[in-house]
Structure formats: structure tokens, C-alpha cells
Design a protein around this ligand. Structure first.
Ligand code: GLN
Length: 226
């Protein structure tokens, strides 16, 4: 940001408005969103509000040049099959190993886990956690709750849709939010997973946090603002 300048009438004003992107701590980021099925459009809308460019990812080529990647909710079995058929399974793994930031919501969290149960399913193994699919049972199959998080001072609105439960996490996995005594938002280094759907509420703190992760990743270190 440039220094305020004198207007000559004794008042000081900013020479130009701070761009929205700079407010979020990142400039010129391109976020890929896996767009096979499920909730990719709501993630794109939220990221656009926050000033990030988004691209729908359906091929390995689409992923090239992305600084971050979102794996949205939906049906993890269908998404897994698509990733394997398109060669994206290995490409996404390489993207993470190269330092690209990844955020998985619900089905996306299932894809990121080290181990999946109920039933067992192949996964990317990028986040050291064990998840149980469809684990809340009928009472809480799909509903809205407020949980605690360390991303905001106020309770965080959380939409759960046939959500998985994070049964356990390995060393170094940070718990960013909880609901009902269970971890619902976790992160280790450049990989984050939510069992709920932050893209379906008015609260943008989770996506803002993700953009900060993108800015901090080795791929983007040159473009962090402030
Ligand atoms: N129940 C779905 C699965 O197991 C996930 C649901 C969701 O993404 N909202 O893949």
C-alpha cells in the first residue's frame, strides 16, 4: 500500500484504494476447483467475492498454473473414480507434494484422508486423519449448527450434509473448528479439510483462511502482499 498523501488542505487521504485482493493478503491467485459434480459453483462464487480468480478443473491441464485447489462436497466415490480415470489422482498428489494449497469440503475431505472407513475407500492420503463416511446417522444427516473455531470470535455457522466424522488425526494436524466435541475443520501445512460446507453460509472466514494458506505456500511466496 502506498503512503497517504497530503491534499494541501491539511487533510490526508490515501493515493489509491487498497485492492480487495491485497486486503485478503494475496495477489493474483488462481484457484482450481474440481468440477466433476457436487458443490463447486458455491466455492467459485465465494472465492470470486474474495477477489480470487477461479478455474474449473476437469483435466490435468486445467490444474496447471493453479496456486490452490478446492475439492468440493458431493459424492466421494464418484469423484474418486473421475480423478482416477482422468489421471488427476496422481496430478493432485503431486500438486500437494509440490506445496500447492488444497482445501477439501465433506466429500473432498474424504478424498484427502489417509484412511477412509464405512466403507473403506481409496483416498489421496494427503492429510493424516481417519474419516468415517456418513457417520452422523439419521438424526444429523443434514442440518445447520453453530460450532467453535479459532478463525473467528463468534460461533461459526456450519452446514452438514451427510457428513463424515474425523475419527482421529495424526501428529501435527491442527484442529481449527469443532462441533459437538468432534473436529470438523483441520489443517496440516498446505492441506485443510472441513466436514461441513462453509461455502453455503455467509461466513467467509474459512475461505479467507484458505487464501492465506495459498499466499503462504512455496508456490506463491513471491506474491504475498503485506
Ligand atoms: N456422503 C458423501 C460421501 O460419502 C459426502 C457428502 C458431502 O460431500 N456433502 O462421499
Amino acid at each position: 500500500m502506498q503512503a497517504p498523501t497530503s491534499t494541501g488542505d491539511g487533510k490526508r487521504r490515501a493515493r489509491r484504494a487498497v485492492p480487495l485482493r491485497a486486503v485478503n493478503g494475496v495477489s493474483d491467485v488462481k484457484i482450481g476447483i474440481l468440477a466433476v459434480q457436487g458443490g463447486f459453483a458455491a466455492h467459485a462464487a465465494r472465492l470470486a467475492e474474495l477477489g480470487a480468480e477461479t478455474v474449473e478443473v476437469r483435466t490435468v491441464k486445467d490444474l496447471e498454473g493453479c496456486d490452490g485447489l478446492i475439492l468440493p462436497g458431493g459424492e466421494s466415490t464418484t469423484q474418486l473414480q473421475f480423478l482416477q480415470e482422468e489421471g488427476l489422482f496422481d496430478a493432485v498428489k503431486k500438486f500437494a507434494v509440490d506445496g500447492g494449497a488444497i482445501f477439501g469440503t465433506c466429500a473432498g475431505a474424504i478424498l484427502l484422508a489417509k484412511e477412509v472407513k464405512n466403507p473403506a475407500q481409496v483416498s489421496l492420503g494427503l492429510l493424516d486423519m481417519i474419516v468415517l463416511r456418513n457417520a452422523y446417522g439419521r438424526q444429523m444427516a443434514s442440518d445447520v449448527f453453530f460450532g467453535s473455531s479459532n478463525l473467528a470470535d463468534v460461533p461459526m455457522e456450519m452446514v452438514f450434509i451427510r457428513a463424515p466424522v474425523i475419527e482421529s488425526v495424526g501428529p501435527g494436524v491442527e484442529v481449527l473448528a469443532e462441533y459437538g466435541g468432534k473436529r470438523v475443520l483441520v489443517q496440516k501445512a498446505n492441506v485443510m479439510a472441513a466436514t461441513f460446507h462453509p461455502e453455503l453460509t455467509q461466513d467467509s472466514s474459512v475461505h479467507t483462511h484458505f487464501l492465506k494458506m495459498v499466499g503462504a505456500s512455496p508456490r506463491r511466496s513471491a506474491s504475498v502482499v503485506g
